[in-house]
Design a protein. Structure first.
Ligand SMILES: *[C@@H]1O[C@H](CO)[C@@H](O)[C@H](O)[C@H]1NC(C)=O
Ligand SMILES: *[C@@H]1O[C@H](CO)[C@@H](O)[C@H](O)[C@H]1NC(C)=O
Ligand SMILES: *[C@@H]1O[C@H](CO)[C@@H](O)[C@H](O)[C@H]1NC(C)=O
Ligand SMILES: *[C@@H]1O[C@H](CO)[C@@H](O)[C@H](O)[C@H]1NC(C)=O
Ligand SMILES: *[C@@H]1O[C@H](CO)[C@@H](O)[C@H](O)[C@H]1NC(C)=O
Ligand SMILES: *[C@@H]1O[C@H](CO)[C@@H](O)[C@H](O)[C@H]1NC(C)=O
Ligand SMILES: *[C@@H]1O[C@H](CO)[C@@H](O)[C@H](O)[C@H]1NC(C)=O
Ligand SMILES: *[C@@H]1O[C@H](CO)[C@@H](O)[C@H](O)[C@H]1NC(C)=O
Ligand SMILES: *[C@@H]1O[C@H](CO)[C@@H](O)[C@H](O)[C@H]1NC(C)=O
Ligand SMILES: *[C@@H]1O[C@H](CO)[C@@H](O)[C@H](O)[C@H]1NC(C)=O
Ligand SMILES: *[C@@H]1O[C@H](CO)[C@@H](O)[C@H](O)[C@H]1NC(C)=O
Ligand SMILES: *[C@@H]1O[C@H](CO)[C@@H](O)[C@H](O)[C@H]1NC(C)=O
Length: 834
């Protein structure tokens, strides 16, 4: 003992010596009355050499009831290191309860971060009420801190169980908390805030028969966020608690549950119950998953009821919610009739702009959409087949948007072929005073059924940089298979495109710009029908207005046409007029890695010449077309990073004015260096002379590239399959390639592009017009890999041709493969190549 003291004294001397440079601070005298039942502990909150100096030097000082001590610190800034804990036990069970204002006792404490703890023991037969002074409190989530570092933490303690009622900052709307039995309340004060009062008083109240009642007073437009006790942990089993909201009768309150989870109930159901003034059915009972009541006039209360939980797997009942108080909206009693009873397969969502990606700040005035006067939310989805009466609780309806979607499906052409569907926004939607953001038509069909859209009275304009859409709405069209997506383009009314035929599943999105579309008088005229299979990815039928310049562009700009995709335009030229066609660039601007890319132009008249250009050739010069004509663009797989984008324009003029016509062609956008192009040309030409190949039209299952291993399989039904393969352009187009002007008759023995009924078929089938991407990156020049993909569904050829396979049996027989033999070898090779 003596040795210990000596050691302590030595240590104290050493410490004092180490602190000798620090000026000695004023000393503190704390005197605690026995009856106050208060204990003060001053201790190190952070490691430091600074010490408390009394008779001895120490790092912690505990002052008990009845003590009278004087001390100082060995350093000048003890607030940096020391904290104070002041604990007062109040026993309301065995003695009279000291009700009234709660003081910060004792006086004269050093200014340190302090935590005052009031531990009140009370009988569960009576209620205790904590009443906060006028700045009131605001509940914060666990982990959140208060801006002024002043916080209250309130625990309820019944018997030995502690329930954390919550942590609160000053400056909120929680005015009173009533509890049953004991309470442990702590007040944390930072050293720099000279607070003189605790900010609350304690009173005794009649038993509340529940865990607690939290009262909030919301005097003006505001919002409050509250949490269930113990949040985010579980609300006690089978407990009941109530929140009371005192709201002036001229304001409206709406409740939103932002975060909740349910426990596993064995008996009873977890629920919330509302007492709403004027409601004929109090209490109104809701599930936590329900949309909670909105637009409540004046004061109301809400109770949370737990259940008997499954002992093995109790789960967690918790709730974080918000109450928003605002003035009644001018329009609150205006209901809008939305009649969707005659619509089919449609959903209409009315929502705040940016929903659901942007959650509005809690402080923003909210906009609510109501299904009935008290069922309101930030978003409301209506489905077809019903009539709705909706209203808006919103100061500014321009914050709201409508997003709608309609599905139209056709799985058997016999049921849909004759039908014409009108793709227009129903009046039920255009009549609402809400801006239409987007209306999507989802057109779903099987592989063999394609989609045709027409705009008979308005006709469509393609949105291109040279000719931008400036209408109040536009259509964005996307065609998709489960694997690929092709952005057909953006179109608006008032152009020259009469018809677009497309493959795959199509999504047409009407998007609006500005306020224009609110007016239901804006004309819409888009018709859709399902048509049998078409040969190209897209076919545009264009009938230009006289004198207007029509700009047209390949789909998927600026990312370029996908590999092997073929697109056609049919441009009608009235008898008395001529059309001038000009490409925007003089080259396609790509080099092919696999296959070849072509531009074919052909007038629709018997014996017309076909103009064919390959990717390594110059595009045709501006030219006059005397008859309606086809333009076809088909892509190869370009070398890395190169994209095929072609643009051209067409103008019409009277025939007699031929000389005055301005003809121009718009440019192809591609990325290719001159060197790359040259190299490619050299290689291709070389190969052309060495390895002549034959074009094949085939509607058998397997078509073979002469001299190349592998086979390909169709992605469609055998009997409907139209597989077409041109093996080497050098042979098919050989004679054409020698022509400098490219205007040669295309009559080559195997290759007969226009033998169908005139007008039904675009010009020359492109050599490689696959339906879907071929997943391959091999270079046919370097390595004669199989050209065809083995995956059954990976591609289909674009051309519909039949009855020609017999002519080229040679090519076919040479390497015919049993389609049932798995092409494992190829697959492995693919893997290696990629
Ligand atoms: C002081 O606290 C103790 C322990 O909680 C208690 O037994 C005693 O009654 C209290 N005294 C007063 C005056 O509250
Ligand atoms: C506490 O002690 C100081 C002297 O150390 C004395 O002056 C003071 O009166 C005492 N206070 C009480 C309440 O006993
Ligand atoms: C005192 O509280 C403040 C925050 O209010 C904190 O930054 C500081 O570290 C605390 N000091 C000690 C010694 O705990
Ligand atoms: C509370 O805990 C104490 C000891 O920790 C125990 O003696 C007492 O029985 C407990 N009370 C109840 C009601 O569980
Ligand atoms: C209380 O909060 C409001 C806004 O929430 C703020 O404007 C005001 O300054 C705060 N008052 C205090 C004393 O912190
Ligand atoms: C309240 O209870 C929680 C958890 O049981 C505990 O962390 C916290 O310190 C308690 N607060 C008071 C003031 O006792
Ligand atoms: C809901 O609570 C969980 C658990 O505390 C948390 O991870 C999640 O972020 C919360 N969500 C919201 C929207 O507050
Ligand atoms: C809730 O409000 C109703 C009606 O104002 C009232 O009768 C009831 O006592 C309240 N309940 C609580 C727990 O405050
Ligand atoms: C809406 O109707 C209710 C009941 O009919 C009425 O009390 C309220 O004043 C009306 N609100 C407005 C803004 O006219
Ligand atoms: C309704 O739409 C779905 C897809 O949204 C589609 O599969 C279905 O065929 C459509 N029904 C009708 C009758 O068009
Ligand atoms: C839209 O553009 C066309 C030409 O493309 C022009 O004639 C028309 O005036 C424009 N309309 C508006 C509203 O700008
Ligand atoms: C279109 O979508 C439907 C349903 O998702 C699917 O069954 C069908 O194969 C798709 N059609 C095409 C051509 O991808």
């Amino acid at each position: 003992m003596a040795a210990g003291r000596a050691l302590a004294a030595l240590l104290a001397m050493l410490l004092a010596a180490s602190a000798q440079l620090i000026p000695r601070e004023a000393s503190f005298t704390i005197s605690l009355h026995k009856a106050d039942n208060t204990t003060v502990t001053i201790k190190l909150g952070l490691q430091s050499n600074c010490r408390i100096r009394m008779k001895y030097i120490m790092s912690e000082l505990k002052i008990k009831p009845g003590d009278n001590v004087t001390f100082d610190f060995t350093c000048g800034t003890p607030e940096k290191y020391f904290i104070t804990e002041i604990q007062k036990n109040i026993d309301c069970v065995s003695g009279p309860c000291p009700f009234g204002d709660v003081h910060l006792y004792p006086p004269g404490l050093p200014r340190l971060n302090s935590t005052y703890i009031w531990d009140v023991k009370a009988s569960t037969k009576a209620g205790l009420e904590l009443k906060f002074s006028t700045s009131w409190l605001r509940q914060i989530e666990p982990g959140e801190t208060c801006p002024d570092a002043v916080s209250y933490n309130i625990n309820s303690s019944i018997d030995n169980a502690t329930v954390n009622i919550g942590t609160f900052c000053r400056n909120g709307s929680v005015s009173r908390i009533k509890l049953l039995g004991g309470v442990v309340l702590s007040l944390h004060l930072p050293w720099h805030l000279p607070l003189t009062t605790s900010g609350f008083n304690i009173a005794s109240r009649a038993s509340i028969k529940r865990l607690c009642i939290i009262e909030s007073i919301l005097k003006r437009e505001s919002s409050i966020t509250l949490m269930s006790p113990n949040y985010p942990l579980g609300f006690p089993e089978d407990e009941l608690m109530t929140w009371q909201f005192v709201i002036p009768p001229n304001l409206r309150a709406s409740v939103f549950f932002h975060n909740y989870s349910l426990s596993n109930c064995e008996r009873k159901e977890e629920r919330v119950e509302y007492y709403i003034p004027g409601s004929p059915s109090n209490p109104e009972v809701f599930k936590l998953s329900d949309s909670q009541p909105a637009n409540i006039a004046g004061t109301f209360n809400m109770s949370l009821q737990g259940c008997d939980q499954d002992a093995q797997n109790p789960g967690i009942l918790r709730l974080l919610f918000q109450v928003v108080v605002q003035h009644p909206q001018v329009d609150e009693n205006v209901t809008h009739l939305v009649d969707l009873s005659k619509e089919k397969n449609m959903t209409v969502t009315i929502h705040v702009e940016g929903w659901p990606n942007r959650t509005p700040l809690m402080s923003e005035p909210i906009c609510l959409i109501c299904k009935d006067p008290r069922t309101c939310d930030r978003a409301l989805t209506l489905t077809s087949g019903a009539v709705y009466r909706i209203s808006f609780l919103c100061k500014d309806l321009s914050q709201l948007r409508i997003t709608a979607e309609k599905g139209i499906g056709c799985m058997d052409i016999r049921w849909c072929q004759k039908k014409i569907y009108s793709l227009s926004v129903p009046k039920a939607i255009t009549r609402l005073p809400i801006r239409l953001h987007k209306f999507n038509w989802k057109l779903l069909a099987t592989d063999m059924i394609n989609v045709e859209i027409t705009s008979p009275s308005l006709k469509l304009q393609q949105h291109v940089p040279e000719q931008r859409c400036n209408t109040s709405y536009s259509y964005s069209i996307v065609s998709a298979t489960p694997e690929t997506e092709l952005n057909v383009g953006v179109f608006c009314p008032g152009g020259s495109i009469e018809k677009i035929q497309m493959r795959n599943n199509i999504t047409i999105s009407l998007k609006t710009f500005g306020k224009g579309f609110i007016n239901e008088s804006i004309p819409q005229d888009l018709k859709m029908s399902f048509v049998p299979h078409i040969k190209d990815e897209c076919i545009f039928t264009v009938s230009p207005n006289p004198k207007a310049k029509v700009y047209l562009q390949t789909p998927n700009s600026p990312y370029g046409l996908p590999p092997y995709v073929s697109i056609s335009w049919f441009i009608t030229v009235p008898g008395k007029q001529t059309a001038r066609l000009k490409f925007s660039k003089d080259r396609m601007g790509i080099a092919c890695e696999t296959g070849r890319a072509f531009v074919n132009i052909k007038e629709e008249t018997p014996g017309a010449e076909e103009i064919v250009r390959r990717e390594d050739e110059l595009l045709p010069q501006p030219r006059n077309m005397l008859h309606s004509f086809w333009v076809n663009v088909s892509n190869c797989r370009p070398v890395d990073k190169e994209q095929l984008t072609l643009q051209f324009w067409v103008t019409l003029a009277d025939k007699q004015l031929d000389l005055g016509i301005i003809l121009a062609v718009v440019a192809g956008a591609g990325v290719l260096t001159v060197i790359g192009l040259t190299v490619c040309c050299v290689k291709k030409k070389k190969k052309k002379t060495q390895n002549p190949m034959v074009g094949v039209y085939n509607d058998n299952v397997n078509t073979q590239m002469p001299g190349r291993k592998g086979s390909f399989r169709k992605g469609r039904q055998n009997n409907e399959s139209h597989v077409y393969a041109v093996i080497d352009d050098a042979v098919v187009y050989g004679h054409l390639l020698k022509e400098s002007n490219g205007s040669v008759s295309p009559e080559v023995d195997v290759y007969r592009p226009f033998d169908g009924p005139i007008g039904s078929m675009p010009p020359s089938p492109p050599p490689f017009s696959f339906r879907k991407d071929i997943k391959r990156s091999s270079n046919p020049q370097e390595e004669p890999l199989p050209l065809m993909d083995i995956d059954q569904d990976n591609y289909t050829f674009a051309h519909q041709k039949s009855g020609q396979s017999e002519d080229n049996g040679d090519a076919n027989k040479k390497d015919k493969r049993d389609p049932s033999v798995p092409l494992l070898e190829n697959k492995e090779r693919d893997g290696l190549v990629e």
